[in-house]
Write a protein that binds this ligand. Sequence first.
Ligand SMILES: C[S@@+](CC[C@H](N)C(=O)[O-])C[C@H]1O[C@@H](n2cnc3c(N)ncnc32)[C@H](O)[C@@H]1O
Length: 285
Amino acid sequence: MRDPRRSGGFSARRGNRSGDLEFWKLRARTYNRLQWAQQSSCLRAFVRAGGFRKGDVVLDVGTGTGIVAHAVAPMVAEVIGLDKSQDMLAHSNWRGNKYFIRRDIRTPIFADGVFDKVTARMVFHHILEGTQEAMNECHRVLKPGGLMVFSEGIPPCAEVKPDYEEIFRHKEKRLTFMEGDLVRLMRRAGFRNIRVRIHWMRRMSVRNWLENSGLPPSVQRTIFLLHEEARPAFRRAYRLMHVRGDCLIDMKMAILTGEKEAGVVSDGPPRKSARFRRALRRSEP
Ligand SMILES: C[S@@+](CC[C@H](N)C(=O)[O-])C[C@H]1O[C@@H](n2cnc3c(N)ncnc32)[C@H](O)[C@@H]1O
């Protein structure tokens, strides 16, 4: 039988691995200037969903420049930020209870059940292949009873999903998720008590996003025009406003949490059954 944990059901477009790292090299330089990445209300909503505690050991998957890792670190025992791009990690600033490692989440490195919490903000849309396996890995490394906090930007409604895809087609190869896709991804990995919270980032600058995207100016212009000349349904869904040569839009973020089942905690070698003990007594001299 097909293992549902192995198939995410997302389109698998083949990505060029080294090309992918080049992409992050370009983005790394200005990533920390991105308004959405630094927006405090979004970061707070994400951190609040995690319910972090002093003793928690946390894995931040796709940590990038460490924005989530830095926000979580004062609340917990330790944070390990994991990212496949050395260029993004170069901006992450190792200090105190934060450690950073260069690794692809799809290549296992940790033992089973070592983390209290796993976080992943705006990472999974970049995992074009093995998306489900990556989520399964987040589940595997969590302790029984542990929590996954997972966030993605999504189209504001199904009606404008094609516009969203058209805009991002110019920017990068990526997956477009709707809320249901994110829930399915977690459920298939084995998460329980999955909860979705929606957070709107209001009046976000399209110019800021493009200017700090690492994209060539011609592509930035194309994407800006797609906003400026967007159809009415798009304008309404994004509450698009023209302000001093910029377009301001509302961005929809889905923040999901899911628990790894507590299961049976092993407290030493398996206990011998009554039948086994009786058989043992009979065989004793
Ligand atoms: C948009 S950035 C998000 C960074 C950070 N989580 C934040 O919220 O600011 C996505 C990051 O995911 C990393 N990434 C993408 N695919 C990955 C994978 N398979 N394993 C580890 N990191 C990955 C990229 O290198 C990049 O740094």
